[in-house]
Design a protein around this ligand. Sequence first.
Ligand code: HAM
Length: 431
Amino acid sequence: MSQTIQSVRGMNDILPGEAEFWELFEETVRSWLKSYGYRPVRLPIVEPTPLFKRAIGEVTDIVEKEMYSFIDSLNGEPLTLRPEGTAGCVRAVIQHKLAAQHPQRLYYVGQMFRHERPQKGRYRQFNQVGVESFGFSGPDVDAEQILMGARLWDDLGLNGISLQLNSLGQPDERAKHRADLIGYFEKYADQLDEEAKRRLYTNPLRILDSKNPAMQEMISGAPKLMDHLGTQSMAHFEGVQQVLRDAGLPYAINPRLVRGLDYYNLTVFEWVTEQLGAQGTVCAGGRYDGLVEQLGGKPMPACGFAMGVERLVTLIRESGGEPVLEGIDVYLVHQGDAASRLAPRVAEGLRDQGIDVLFHCGGGGFKSQMRKADASGASFAVIIGDDEANAGEVTLKPLRANGDKPNEQKRVSVDQVADEIMNSFLDWEEA
Ligand code: HAM
């Protein structure tokens, strides 16, 4: 026997039983996005590699070591499986002049790919819901996007997700801070680990993000970006916070929140939970006013965030939020030549009336079919034998309890069966 082929490490199948949670999540997310006026875009999974290098930054973990990049063997083009959605979304906005006339609120849902070490909450293929706005420069849209998060956690019945906020200022403010940081870390060069040494002159801001316990004290004394922000940046940050305070939304300012992608300026934020272990960030984003121009478009302010679907679905499951898995309405049991010819027509007729039908396939006797009907979670069995078929009737058998009322099966004409089922549903709702 040949060896079976397994899925790629860190790329998971979502099977029935779990996939229903995903569908419930996606339904909630879509109606939440609609309620804020966001519109869907569907973007390619593969993009030219230079797009991500230019957008995310050459000296980031993602670009340096996590991208699935390859050369298209047919034309030699360097391509990459998207590690995130913002770069592709900006490319599409520029390419199709989407926000040339009016600001845009867009969202996408889909797979992203990063070659990270897989663990709980961290996968090599994972899914994001990404939300991006183009053409709004004020702090109002940043604040709205943050409030959106709070509402979604509520809609999903999730607790214990808290908000961390920071401002990264503008590029010139960061440049001054960067110079001060390098000066500071140079003084402590003997305490820097290998990673930090490597980053010292390329991306010293990322040293602030280090989890190395031995460096924490030194990091906490490092120059703060906040002290380098000018009045406009501070006013923007204060504008965001004002809306959050007015809405009664608690937040913590985290000066060490620097994000792992280079395109951000001003507001950055993360929603974090302690319920998922090490991978506790369920949603993250911020403003990226320079990116559209950096990728060749006319300058345009932008702001967005993305959430990790796997992490949120895990939270939903772990917090006991069972989706109400609606059972099928009818299991259609049939045996005999005449019955098996009538049965598909009855099933289609019921579906015409909006009734969901699981049609028994594969033959077998009434007894074994009825066992399958019972196990299916259907509300009714519609049973057709040749006897019923010849009389133009079916036997309708309720499969779930109806208070103290006896649940008796009865014969009904084929024309009446949909009405009977609908009436029973109404009866059950009233009971
Ligand atoms: P990010 O912080 O890299 O931002 O990813 C956003 C979220 O995706 C994370 O908070 C996490 O929930 C989820 N995530 C990231 N990597 C993994 C992984 N390996 N496995 C499972 N989940 C993961 C971005 O991607 C930006 N594009 C967000 C953004 C949109 N900023 C502005 N607009």
